[in-house]
Design a protein around this ligand. Structure first.
Ligand SMILES: [Zn+2]
Length: 346
């Protein structure tokens, strides 16, 4: 790679061109609101002075998953276009309608992450998917898709990816989340279609919807920057190598076996063994109705935050660790305490 290459071309996206060594924002028109206001996809491109890969990072494909919006803001603030190698396309809010409404879905209740590849004349979700593929994904070799848990759930920071693909595995390892989980492709997801078109995609899960928690944001900011460093787009920035990710394969939800008030003693990142007590269900006077037990050995990668659960509700998500469980640290995330005032809505 030539570091003194000075004739790099401008980067074209939408109706703009971004000159090498600069950063520029644009908006790709999607549609109009019923009020007449234009709705568009906000994009910022960092086009490095020097050659390198083209990578996208996006958030809020589910409109209430705001953690990634902050992750992208912090990553962009850390970059210098003059020193950057390659091109980063940042799309902090893909589901603009859902984001405005604090809602996972589009106004017609479609899930944008089941609407790829979409088409120019399809549903609103399909049109956004199509636009995103054409203007962003088609130009990139690597993508990072930032998510949080769904409504009233929370997730340990984790990368879900095709760990059987050596290149994808390298990138997931470079991110160095507490957990990397080999996961199956979901039909119609961004990861599915982008993968078919040759991009390596990391799906990142971290935190809860409609909240900013530093424990969810910080590992992702570091992770995205580590991937950029692994791709030689930025210089390495850490003195010490990060703690390697614990690799998991297969996961499942422990379900409530009674309806009741849930008190969980277990926490995100905790390593558990099959049969371990994770909490209990109580009636409204405090009588224990039923304990909740781990149904497998593994690490807790997600749990409900709902205090009231119905029989059959998913309450704790446990992923199975590949190989011997890591002895140290016992907890993959030592401090999940967060300032309650950090909540966007609560
Ligand atoms: Zn999501």
């Amino acid at each position: 790679m030539s570091k003194h290459h000075t004739k790099r071309e401008s980067f074209a996206i939408g109706s703009i061109r971004v000159r090498p060594g600069s950063s520029k924002a644009t908006e790709l028109p999607i549609t109009r609101l019923v009020t007449g206001a234009e709705i568009s996809l906000p994009i910022r491109v960092v086009h490095g002075k020097q050659d390198g890969p083209t990578v996208w990072v996006n958030a809020a494909i589910h409109g209430d998953e705001v953690v990634g919006v902050e992750v992208i803001r912090e990553v962009l603030a850390s970059l210098s276009p003059k020193e950057f190698r390659g091109t980063l396309i940042a799309v902090p809010i893909v589901n603009v309608h859902g984001f405005l409404a604090g809602d996972r879905y589009l106004p017609d209740r479609r899930d944008l992450n089941r609407s790829f590849p979409g088409s120019a004349r399809g549903s609103l979700a399909g049109r956004i998917a199509h636009l995103f593929l054409r203007e962003v994904v088609a130009k990139c070799e690597v993508g990072i898709d930032l998510h949080t848990a769904a409504d009233r759930r929370t997730n340990l920071p984790q990368v879900r990816a095709d760990l059987d693909d050596p290149r994808t595995r390298e990138l997931a390892s470079a991110f160095a989340p507490p957990v990397m989980l080999h996961s199956e492709i979901r039909d119609g997801s961004l990861r599915h279609i982008a993968g078919e078109r040759g991009a390596r995609v990391l799906l990142v899960e971290s935190g809860a919807p409609l909240r900013f928690d530093d424990w969810a944001i910080d590992p992702c900011v570091a992770g995205v920057r580590r991937v950029l460093a692994a791709l030689d787009m930025i210089d390495p920035f850490e003195k010490e190598p990060p703690t390697p990710a614990v690799e998991c394969r297969g996961s499942g939800w422990v379900r409530a076996r009674r309806t009741g008030i849930l008190r969980l003693d277990a926490h995100l990142g905790q390593q558990v063994v099959r049969g371990e007590r994770l909490g209990a269900l109580y009636d409204s006077f405090g009588k224990t109705l039923r304990a909740v037990y781990a149904d497998r050995d593994g690490v807790i990668i997600g749990h409900t935050e709902a205090p009231l659960v119905n029989s059959g509700d998913a309450v704790v998500h446990i992923a199975s660790i590949v190989g011997p469980p890591p002895a140290e640290p016992a907890d993959l995330v030592p401090d999940l305490t967060s300032d309650p005032t950090n909540g966007l809505l609560s």
